[in-house]
Design a protein around this ligand. Structure first.
Ligand SMILES: *Cc1c(COP(=O)(O)O)cnc(C)c1O
Length: 405
């Protein structure tokens, strides 16, 4: 099974040096377990960064992919296709939305959302209504527009002139938004829980306040649910916890549960400013991706899975608190559903990556969210045995971690 000529060193010889992948190379996955080239097994609490909502190699996703692969892979948007129409119907039926645009990644869905918000404001209002309000530490993807809207300037700097009229203010500060929102504002965009930025949930007061401010200034409220959507927080979409209606949401990661697929959802009124040729993508909504998306949707959007997310949340948080009794490494545990962040105590500030490396040594895949937060985004259907085994590995990793201090 081991391909002797391919190893981690190969990465540095052939790939653009934009990532620093772990030392081992995964070759096989089943449920929440992964094996590397040497046959060592790992429990997967990372889930491909909140993508693998149904774990690895789910039999019904495999079946959907295989069946579709024998019928029709791709037709382009010169033709429509049954799996895409079917998935769009499901998304509309179970959300506020009335219109759907499919793309292939979170960044592309957000790019579409931002272009739509600008186009809506310019056609419905005036050409000067272009200001986009976004938040510090936000993450919306890596296209030039989305990375400029994201709240980490270091990711957007060094590429020449940025798209203009984007303003960043502190997250969860309604006063900061009030100070900058005006009649020139076309949209406010946020993640209901900032994922990459450190697993920080938007407060209910903040979300409701933004809705009111957007209504007052005729700006669109865009929720980037790329990470929080499709069951991750225990509801189909995270906005459903807040009792508000957004104008646009985006979904990706778990939408294809491992197959590249994303969507932007909006109302009929907002969608109506777009016409033939206003926006598009070759692959977006292709039959293979949407066949998997349909199967994933049907599996995730059930009471059993969504309630199971909340149960697993409680189990993980209880376990992390018990672990913390022994090791005192976390200063806060936060998040919702199966998007959980554990903030490292000041003594361990900046050391998240070191803990990740120790975890993989002991057979556990976890994530960080910045240098100070450990992030847990496992499969929504991870079993209790897998959870227990993963937590045992985490204890072993922490043993070494605190001793190194
Ligand atoms: C991952 C992520 C993105 C970017 O998605 P890609 O598929 O990597 O383009 C955008 N927004 C949020 C909130 C994300 O978590």
């Amino acid at each position: 099974m081991i391909n002797q000529r391919i190893n981690r060193a190969t990465y540095d010889q052939v790939m653009l040096p934009i990532y620093s992948p772990a030392d081992f190379i995964p070759v096989k996955g089943q449920g929440s377990r992964v094996w590397d080239q040497q046959g060592k097994s790992y429990i997967d609490f990372a889930g491909g960064i909140a993508v693998l909502a149904l774990g690895h190699a789910h039999p019904l996703l495999n079946k959907a992919l295989q069946e579709q692969s024998e019928k029709l892979w791709h037709v382009s948007n010169v033709f429509t296709n049954e799996p895409a129409l079917c998935l769009a119907q499901k998304l509309i039926q179970h959300t506020f939305a009335e219109r759907v645009f499919f793309a292939n990644s979170g960044a592309e869905a957000n790019e579409a959302a931002l272009k739509l918000a600008r186009h809506y404001a310019i056609t419905r209002h005036n050409p000067y209504k272009t200001k986009i309000i976004a938040f510090h530490h936000a993450f919306h993807g890596r296209t030039f527009f989305t990375v400029s809207v994201g709240g980490q300037p270091k990711y957007a700097d060094g590429f020449g002139p940025k798209p203009a009229d984007i303003i960043h203010v502190p997250f969860n500060s309604l006063d900061a938004v009030k100070a900058v929102i005006d009649s020139h504002t076309c949209a406010v965009i946020l993640e209901p829980i900032q994922g990459e930025g450190g697993v920080t949930p938007a407060t209910a007061e903040f979300m409701h306040g933004l809705r009111t401010l957007c209504d007052k200034h005729q700006a669109l409220l865009i929720l980037d649910e790329v990470q929080t959507g499709m069951g991750r927080t225990g509801k189909l979409f995270a906005y459903m916890h807040y009792d508000i209606q957004p104008d646009i949401i985006t979904s990706a990661k778990a939408l294809g549960s491992g197959f590249p697929l994303s969507a932007m959802l909006t109302t009929e009124d907002i969608a109506s400013v777009m016409g033939v040729g206003t926006h598009g993508t070759t692959y977006g909504g292709n039959p293979l991706a949407c066949a998997v998306g349909n199967a994933a949707f049907d599996l995730i959007n059930t009471q059993a899975v969504l309630e199971g997310v909340s149960e697993r949340h409680r189990w993980i948080v209880d376990e992390l608190q018990a672990i913390n009794q022994t090791y005192a490494v976390f200063s806060q545990i936060r998040g919702q559903g199966l998007l959980i962040g554990a903030q490292l105590a000041p003594l361990y500030a900046g050391k998240a990556k070191e803990l990740l490396a120790l975890a993989s040594k002991h057979g556990l895949m976890i994530l960080n969210a910045g240098a100070d937060v450990i992030r847990f985004t496992p499969s929504l259907i991870i079993t209790l045995e897998e959870l227990q085994e993963g937590m045992n590995a985490l204890r072993k990793a922490l043993d070494e971690f605190v001793k190194a201090e």
